[in-house]
Design a protein around this ligand. Structure first.
Ligand SMILES: [Fe+2]
Length: 480
């Protein structure tokens, strides 16, 4: 019988080594010479704090990886984000903080005393906006980095808009296609769960726009904007209605979440002109990421990476201890929300796992032709290979599975002279468990079945991370 490989576990070990000076890399195949810029990636660098292993994939201290490509050559650097928790725990030589999925160390009284001092690991996304390089995590404020050496410059408070380290700014901002303004939200947990929305122009002061109350105490990871609306999809992974153990620090946020399909999915449309919020309830699914959203007459179209159940809640713990045994199946779905109130219409776009969805330039709000992502076949596996959905033809293609390889998020970069969104390079950092290393792989988005056109081995295994962006050499805006 075919035994599924668990080689992905190699991507869940801590990496303590920082390579601060650029390391030149050998290139196998041909790197498109037009790729001149830096691929920034971020993810957990360590889950083991002086021998104390954090319990959840999302918990680990953020580490930035920078791959600079220039005319077919490549260099690599990596460095931890020097957050409050990272520096305090390094000085103390022990774990002090709780995390998304791990309680604070110590006994009940100590956990109660430390209940608000949660780790902001700055490990989820890295962007460039308003001339700043920022590491983001939904558990706190952005951390500013120096692009010259990836050193940490400090926490970003957006000119006082995020006044305390406990105010949050999600890892999934979106850029308005019309203005280039960055829009984002921050979640506030508590008896009445809320989302605060922010706008940050590329030039000018950031501002708080509005605050809305969530109809269910759901974890919100992502959002989207359309011309008329801010769009939130609240899937029913929720904290208890009276979260006493969470409030007293006896369980972590991640441990308190449950999948409650009977609550349904709530899609929130916040009118950008009036700031009125309307919520529409639909059939349940679990999901973290929105691929795109746009207005279509009086309807809003939202494409979402979904799962049929809440298995991921267990998977993200299981993988930190050993093989995944809880399976889950995913699909990319389209939701049509009628502002007039007809029930939400669901359509399956790809009946296959489709995670880390990306569109060009992260600018939701208009119809896009292509959605890129990752797919895999076995319910207990991790993302394996790139997938591309062409919404013009309603067909998808994918790269072949390679034994002992697992792909990270694909970042789309338009080819030189591209005439459509299909003319795209996809940049991804891949774990090669057999070779005990990671490598940059570049795919031709228009020909995924051909496999990678270039492979650039890195000096070590890059632990499984989350998101990143390509910053073109002369560019100061996040692209792709
Ligand atoms: Fe994400």
């Amino acid at each position: 019988m075919d035994t599924p490989s668990t080689g992905y576990l190699r991507g869940l070990r801590s990496l303590e080594r920082e390579l601060v000076d650029p390391v030149p890399l050998a290139v196998e195949g041909t790197l498109p010479p037009e790729l001149r810029g830096t691929l920034y990636r971020v993810g957990p660098g360590r889950w083991d704090i002086f021998g104390d292993r954090l319990h959840h994939w999302f918990d680990g201290d953020g580490m930035v990886h920078a791959l600079r490509l220039d005319g077919g050559a490549a260099t690599y650097r990596n460095r931890f984000v020097d957050t409050t928790a990272f520096s305090e725990e390094n000085a103390a030589h022990r774990r002090i903080y709780g995390s998304f999925g791990t309680t604070a160390p110590g006994g009940r009284l100590h956990r109660f005393q430390r209940r608000k001092a949660r780790r902001n690991p700055a490990n989820t996304n890295i962007i460039v906006h308003a001339g700043e390089l920022l590491a983001l995590c939904e558990g706190g404020r952005p951390w500013r980095l120096d692009p010259r050496d990836l050193s940490t410059l400090g926490e970003e408070d957006l000119g006082g808009v995020l006044p305390s380290p406990l105010t949050t700014f999600s890892a999934h901002p979106r850029w308005d296609p019309a203005t280039g303004d960055l829009w984002n939200f921050g979640a506030e947990l508590g008896r009445v769960p809320k989302l605060h929305f922010y706008r940050w122009p590329a030039k000018g002061a950031a501002e708080h726009i509005t605050t809305v109350t969530l109809p269910i105490p759901a974890m919100i990871h992502d959002f989207a904007i359309t011309e008329r609306s801010l769009v939130v999809v609240a899937t029913p992974i929720v904290t208890p209605d009276i979260p006493l153990a969470l409030a007293f620090g006896q369980v972590s946020y991640g441990e308190s979440l449950r999948y409650r399909p009977e609550r349904g999915v709530f899609v929130g449309l916040i009118d950008r002109a009036t700031l009125q919020a309307h919520w529409y309830r639909g059939a349940p699914f679990f999901g973290l990421h929105l691929a795109n959203a746009y207005d279509d007459g009086d309807e809003v179209v939202v494409d979402v990476s979904t799962y049929d159940d809440g298995g991921f809640l267990s998977i993200a713990y299981e993988m930190m201890r050993g093989p995944i045994y809880t399976g889950t199946t995913g699909k990319l779905r389209r939701l049509r929300i009628d502002r007039g109130g007809r029930p939400i219409a669901y359509e399956t776009l790809v009946d296959h796992h489709f995670e880390f969805p990306r569109i060009h330039n992260d600018r939701t709000g208009r119809r896009h032709r292509m959605i890129y992502g990752l797919t895999w076949d076995r319910p207990t596996d991790m993302p394996r290979r790139p997938i591309a959905l062409d919404l013009d033809s309603r067909t998808f293609t994918s790269a072949p599975e390679v034994a002992e390889q697992w792909c990270g998020e694909c970042v789309p970069v338009a080819k030189a002279g591209a005439t459509s969104e299909a003319d795209t390079w996809l940049l991804t950092v891949v774990l090669d468990a057999a070779a005990e290393r990671s490598e940059l792989q570049v795919f031709d988005g228009a020909d995924l079945p051909a496999g990678a056109v270039a492979r650039v081995p890195l000096p070590h295994v890059v632990p499984f991370g989350f998101h990143g962006n390509w910053v073109a050499e002369a560019g100061t805006e996040a692209s792709a």
